[in-house]
Design a binder for this molecule. Structure first.
Ligand code: NDP
Length: 287
């Protein structure tokens, strides 16, 4: 491995300490803590574990945490009403609707009841639109975390050629928009891109969010390129790997995020930062 490892664990600790200090300053100014409400429909173990992880992180930095757990057979009307009530509650600054939802429920429908100023997961169409226009928005934590890693390692983006593999609403598309905002020239690749290697070899920055282990290999990467791996894939032996074949890419790339320990640890801390950003905007508007 010759690539520099972009250490998400270390950077996330730094960002978390900054958020903690800012939460204290917010408390001193407004006499309250920023508050995150998580809406979680029961029945998915990973989602329940994630809610507990977020709760612990909130407690660490001083963000108030509220969990709205709904039964697995909850109706769309009750889910929508829960999100609507939290949106109208002045004590709640951020709302996270945990995915996945049971098949009978529509997240698009639920999000229509979400106040976009509290949308700390960046899933509301207004936030997606603001981001694509290059205006201030609440940005999904995963791509925001990828950008934060690039910035903390002083990796220049302006004027550079970048590729994003994957075009999901939560990772690929916002990552492409953020890179455009940073003045990179961006190509978005997806399942219909005929020759991925041809595109990636022409790029100095490569971000991958597909969900397929080893889809990007060293022969697809230009020497010295910076590679951000968002992929999380659990192999049959229980090991977690990214979308990038770290062994071959690590010999060619200039820098690489490891999996685990790269973009993953950044996601939660960027969520906390979004709660703080949302709380500041809401309290400034009120005062
Ligand atoms: P989605 O399944 O929503 O999107 C996958 C994208 O990959 C789609 O745009 C799809 O293209 C594209 N794709 C599929 N096959 C290919 C291919 N052969 N070549 C090029 N592109 C392809 O996934 P997510 O964006 O939600 O997640 C992607 C990965 O990131 C997953 O491993 C997920 O676990 C991980 N993730 C990590 C997070 C973190 O904290 N680090 C948080 C969220 C996700 P098309 O649009 O044409 O179907």
């Amino acid at each position: 491995m010759t690539a520099t490892i972009l250490d998400g664990r270390a950077v996330s600790r730094t960002v978390q300490a900054e958020v903690q200090a800012e939460v204290q300053a917010f408390g001193a100014q407004y006499g309250i803590s920023p508050c995150l409400a998580v809406v979680q429909v029961q029945g998915d173990d990973a989602s329940e574990r994630y809610a507990r992880t977020i709760q612990k992180r909130c407690e660490t930095v001083g963000v108030a945490f509220r969990l709205e757990q709904l039964r697995v057979d909850v109706s769309q009307e009750v889910l929508n009403a829960t999100i609507g009530a939290l949106s109208a509650d002045d004590e709640v600054h951020g709302i996270l609707l945990q995915m996945p939802l049971p098949a009978a429920l529509s997240s698009d429908d639920a999000v229509r009841h979400l106040d976009y100023t509290k949308d700390v997961d960046g899933i509301h169409p207004v936030n997606a639109g603001l981001l694509s226009l290059g205006r201030p928005a609440l940005v999904p934590g995963t791509p925001a975390g990828g950008m934060e890693l690039l910035q903390r390692y002083d990796i220049p983006l302006a004027g550079r050629y970048a590729a994003v593999v994957g075009r999901s609403a939560i990772v690929g598309r916002p990552m492409a928009a953020l890179l455009v905002q940073a003045n990179a020239t961006v190509t978005v690749c997806h399942s219909k891109t005929p020759d991925l290697g041809r595109v990636l070899r022409s790029c100095e920055i490569v971000a991958v969010a597909v969900g397929r282990a080893g889809i990007v290999t060293g022969d697809m990467i230009a020497p010295g390129a910076v590679v951000i791996d968002f992929g999380i894939n659990v192999l049959a032996d229980g090991n977690m790997v990214g979308d990038v074949d770290a062994a071959s890419v690590g010999e060619v790339a200039g820098a690489l995020t490891p999996v685990p320990g790269g973009t993953g640890p950044m996601t939660n801390v960027m969520l906390l930062r979004n709660v703080l950003i949302a709380a500041r905007r809401q309290e400034e508007t009120r005062s």
